[in-house]
Design a protein around this ligand. Structure first.
Ligand code: SF4
Ligand code: SF4
Length: 382
C-alpha cells in the first residue's frame, strides 16, 4: 500500500512572499501544483472562516496562506474561486472582516455561493446517505482545503476533516448537531462529507495556531509550520503529533481510515520537508482525552452527564448579548435566560445539553469554555 505523504515546512512569519515560497516548496514536495490541478479547471478554495475577525486574532486561515495558494493555482491556469459557510449568517461580511474578500477581489478570485446548496446522495457513506452541499462546491471541478490548526472541544482538533463542515450551507449545520448528538456519529458525518467532497489537497495554517478555548476564543501559539497533503486524515494526524495528541483521540482519524478517506498510523505516513521533531509542542493546551459516546441507557447517560466536560459560562466575561442562546440548536433550548431575565448571563440545562459547543463557538467574549466536572476529575480523568 502506498503511504500518504505529508509535507512540513517551517514558516515563521506571515510575510506574503515568505509564505508564498513556503507554500510552493510544500506543494512541490507532495507532487507539485501541476499534478494536483489541471489547466482550466474551476477550483474552489475553502479557508476556515468560522467567524470573520481581524486575521491577527488567529480565528481564520491567514490571508497570506490564502494568497499563496490562490496565486499558485492561478499560475497553473486554474479558474479559482473561494468560499466558506460560517454558522453566523452570510459569508461575504465574514470574508471581508477576515481580510480575504479584499485580497480575493484584487487577485480576481470570485466568491462562490456557499449560502445555498443542493441535495446530493452518498451511497458509499458510513452514516449519512444524502447531504445538502453548497452550490459553490458542486459547481467546481475540485476543492482545496485550507484549515487552520485550532483546538475544538467537540472534536479536540479542528483541522482538515472538520473544515469541510463549511461545505454545508449556514444553519443546516446545526441540524447535524441535533441529529448526531453522539460525537462519533458527528465525526462519521464529517468523514462522509469529506469522501463526498474530497479535497484535491490541503494546506494547513499552523504558523500561528490556537490553543485552549478554541476554535474562536483560545490563545494564539506560534508553531511556525505549514502542513501539506492530499490526505486530510494524515494531515490532521500529523498536526496531532505536533501538538502531542494521540490521533486516535480525534474521532475522524479512526473513522476516516475506516471509510478509506486516509490513514493516521505513523507507519502509513511519509513525512517530507522539515522534521516533525523540530515543531513538537508538548505543552500545547488541548484536551487529550477521547470523547465519550452518548448512551440511550438512562443510567449511563446520567453518569456521562455528570462526568464529561461541559460548557460553562464565566459570568464576569458575559455581556448578556444572547448569541449563545440564539445558536443553541436543541429544542427546548439547553441554554436560556434565567427566568427570562436578559440582563444577566444565561444558564445551561445540562440534562438537555448535547455538548455540541455551538454556544461556545458563538460567544464573542470567550465567556464559554469546556470544563471538566469535579466528578469527572475525581473518577475518570487526570
Ligand atoms: S448548551 Fe451549548 S453545548 Fe449544549 S446543546 Fe446548547 S449549544 Fe450545544
Ligand atoms: S454569547 Fe457569551 S457574552 Fe453572549 S450571552 Fe452568551 S455567554 Fe454571555
Amino acid at each position: 500500500m502506498n503511504r500518504s505523504k505529508v509535507a512540513l515546512i517551517r514558516c515563521e512569519t506571515y510575510d506574503p512572499d515568505t509564505v508564498y515560497q513556503a507554500v510552493r516548496r510544500g506543494l512541490d514536495l507532495i507532487g507539485g501544483i501541476s499534478s494536483l490541478v489541471k489547466s482550466g479547471e474551476r477550483i474552489v478554495m475553502k479557508p476556515n472562516v468560522l467567524y470573520g475577525t481581524n486575521p491577527e486574532k488567529g480565528v481564520s486561515t491567514h490571508p497570506s496562506v490564502f494568497r499563496a495558494v490562490g496565486k499558485l493555482l492561478q499560475e497553473s491556469s486554474a479558474r479559482v474561486a473561494y468560499g466558506d459557510s460560517p454558522s453566523f449568517a452570510g459569508a461575504e461580511g465574514h470574508m471581508k472582516r477576515a481580510g480575504l474578500k479584499q485580497l480575493a477581489d484584487e487577485m480576481g478570485i470570485e466568491l462562490a455561493d456557499f449560502d445555498k446548496g443542493r441535495t446530493v446522495s452518498h451511497k458509499e457513506s458510513l452514516l449519512i446517505k444524502s447531504f445538502v452541499i453548497a452550490n459553490g462546491v458542486l459547481d467546481s471541478d475540485g476543492m482545496v482545503n485550507l484549515p487552520k490548526l485550532k483546538t475544538h472541544p467537540l472534536v479536540r482538533l479542528t483541522g482538515a476533516v472538520k473544515n469541510q463542515f463549511g461545505c454545508v450551507p449556514g444553519l443546516l449545520k446545526s441540524q447535524y448537531h441535533v441529529k448526531l448528538a453522539d460525537p462519533y456519529d458527528f465525526a462519521a458525518m464529517l468523514v462522509d462529507l469529506n469522501t463526498l467532497a474530497r479535497p484535491r489537497f490541503c494546506v494547513m495554517d499552523g504558523v500561528v495556531a490556537m490553543e485552549g478555548n478554541g476554535p474562536r476564543s483560545g490563545k494564539l501559539r506560534k508553531l511556525n509550520v505549514l502542513l501539506f497533503s492530499t490526505d486530510p486524515v494524515a494531515l490532521d494526524a500529523t498536526a496531532c503529533r505536533i501538538i502531542n495528541v494521540d490521533p486516535e483521540v480525534v474521532p475522524t482519524s479512526t473513522l476516516g481510515e475506516k471509510a478509506g478517506l486516509g490513514v493516521y498510523h505513523s507507519e502509513d505516513i511519509e513525512l517530507v520537508g522539515d522534521s516533525l521533531e523540530s515543531f513538537l509542542c508538548r505543552d500545547f493546551d488541548v484536551i487529550r482525552t477521547p470523547q465519550e459516546h452518548c448512551s440511550q441507557n438512562r443510567v449511563k447517560a446520567f453518569i456521562k452527564n455528570r462526568t464529561c466536560e461541559r460548557p460553562v459560562i464565566d459570568g464576569a466575561k458575559c455581556t448578556s448579548c444572547g448569541m449563545c442562546v440564539k445558536m443553541c440548536p436543541v429544542d427546548p433550548k439547553a441554554l436560556d435566560w434565567r427566568k427570562g431575565d436578559e440582563k444577566k448571563p444565561p444558564a445551561h440545562n445540562y440534562d438537555r445539553c448535547i455538548r455540541c459547543y455551538c454556544c461556545q463557538e458563538a460567544c464573542p467574549e470567550g465567556a464559554i469554555s469546556a470544563q471538566s466536572t469535579v466528578l469527572g476529575r475525581l473518577f475518570f480523568r487526570n
